[in-house]
Design a protein around this ligand. Structure first.
Ligand SMILES: [Zn+2]
Length: 492
């Protein structure tokens, strides 16, 4: 049978406040175990939590950035469960009155499928505290508890099940992360765990009415350490669930763990229902009304977000939409691009704007990928160097082909492109006489192509230009090479 995957994602975002959500302990990452704790985050009896104002303001910022409505009254609930990393026996979270509801994210179409923007609705955004961390020592036969993380502020961002494929889930996460980076509320680092994601997936018959609530059995996937893992685990579950349904098996509502090495999910426990947690209002934190001026103030302070910035890039720098979207999806790349534009010589920005974009989205993106660096700043190739490289090509000093070599060398040595050109004695042959000499040799060696051109086969010229470029090891200026060859052929 044909199925339609119904996918929703829950993202946990660690907010980069200096102190925890309900006490003054530091949130610094990597401190020695249990050095950043106090009676409040240890959950000792008789203590009183106090909400960190910055957590609330960051929460509002994210909710507004995701187009949510802000709840007029803030209420916290206790979510009761037992686990050794949770000394209180409950987590302070939000339940039926989350901070933000009813938002959405517009995910831009990819280069592979341009013009296919899709909208993912945001069900809710709520504040909660993190739990501690267990450090397992299987050989010694015990586990240790580190409570530095207990009480670190989190925002949970829950999407509606609007995603229909692993690729869509991947694109949504990329877009969401981009927006969160622009909002500057978290370092969004998946490796440090400041951005975490769980996935929910069920299958509906492909023929089922899309507007009706999905009927499939929902499986939650945990232990997803990268966006790639999210996509792979979903692809795995789609296959696994499809096979089971085809065989007439009944699926279980459960939580499954992703094993990235084996590339499979494994059942962990049957999924609990909300009523299992016995939520009740947190009596130590009284509900409070949110002053609307406060919300307005946060709203006015929102930065330009990726979609708006992409539109501005199209208008201001005359870039194609696909380029503008790709450049602005990461804040650091967009900032880098604009830093380059500011360095361009006045009055001749028009074509270099596109050239800078091409380098950023082409060779530099590839280098980032190959070197496994997260952002452009990891490449140690400051904006001034890229502008210099583009200028070297623009002024005819080096060819586009040589520029690629110069880039590789500059990235390796940390030298500026101009310094590389000088050190390696590279420069494009722009001298008409030396190109003419090489061109004459090419015509002698390729009489057939020359004759073809005379008989009206225009494309032979490009072949001859190619031969000339090869002869000069790519050093000739291609425009000039073509001009000289045509001249010689016409006058034969
Ligand atoms: Zn504390």
């Amino acid at each position: 049978m044909e199925y339609r995957p119904v996918i929703g994602l829950e993202v946990h975002l660690q907010l980069k406040t200096a102190s925890k959500i309900f006490c003054g302990c530091s949130t610094l990452f990597g401190a020695s175990p249990n050095s950043q704790v106090c009676p409040v985050c240890l959950g000792l009896p008789g203590v009183l939590p106090v909400l960190n104002r910055q957590v609330f303001l960051y929460g509002v910022r994210v909710a507004l950035g995701l187009q949510c409505k802000i709840q007029p009254t803030i209420v916290f609930h206790r979510k009761n469960y037992f686990y050794p990393d949770l000394p209180k026996g409950y987590q302070i979270s939000q339940y039926d009155l989350p901070l933000g509801t009813g938002g959405h994210v517009v995910v831009p179409g990819t280069a592979a499928a341009p013009g296919t923007d899709f909208k993912v609705r945001i069900h809710r955004v709520h504040m909660e505290e993190d739990a501690g961390k267990l450090v397992h020592r299987p050989e010694e036969g015990y586990s240790l508890v580190d409570l530095n993380r207990a009480g670190v502020p989190l925002l949970e961002i829950v999407s509606e099940p609007d995603l229909e494929s692993p690729e869509q889930a991947h694109e949504y996460l990329k877009t969401l992360k981009g927006i969160l980076e622009y909002l500057e509320v978290s370092d969004c680092d998946m490796e440090k765990g400041s951005l975490r994601c769980d996935a929910n997936i069920s299958l509906s018959p492909a023929s089922a009415d899309r507007t009706a609530p999905p009927t499939g059995t929902k499986v939650e996937i945990k232990n997803l350490n990268s966006f790639k893992a999210v996509a792979r685990s979903l692809a795995y579950e789609i296959k696994r669930q499809g096979r089971a349904l085809d065989a007439g098996e009944k699926l279980m509502q459960e939580t499954r763990l992703w094993d990235d090495v084996q590339g499979m999910t494994q059942g962990m426990r049957s999924k609990e229902f909300a009523h299992d947690y016995r939520y009740f209002p947190e009596p130590d934190l009284v509900p409070f009304a949110v002053p609307s001026e406060e919300i307005d103030r946060v709203g006015k302070g929102l930065p330009e977000l990726p979609r708006q910035r992409a539109q501005r890039f199209v208008d201001q720098y005359k870039l194609p939409t696909a380029d503008a979207v790709a450049l602005t999806s990461s804040r650091s790349t967009a900032d880098y691009y604009e830093a380059c534009i500011r360095l361009l010589p006045k009055g001749k920005e028009a074509s270099p704007c596109k050239a800078v974009a091409n380098w950023l989205l082409g060779d530099l993106a590839r280098e980032m990928n190959e070197r496994n660096v997260d952002g452009i700043e990891g490449l140690k190739f400051p904006p001034g160097h890229l502008v210099e490289l583009v200028d070297l090509i623009d002024s005819g000093k080096i060819s586009g082909k040589m520029a690629k070599e110069v880039l590789t060398e500059a990235l390796q040595s940390g030298q500026s492109p101009a310094a590389v050109v000088q050190a390696k004695g590279l420069s494009q042959v722009t001298d008409r006489e030396s190109i003419r000499a090489a061109a004459r040799k090419v015509l002698e060696e390729q009489p057939q192509a020359a004759a073809d051109y005379k008989q009206g086969k225009g494309q032979s010229l490009m072949f001859l230009v190619g031969q000339l470029m090869r002869k000069t090891k790519g050093a000739a200026n291609p425009g000039l090479a073509q001009e000289v060859l045509r001249e010689l052929l016409e006058n034969r």
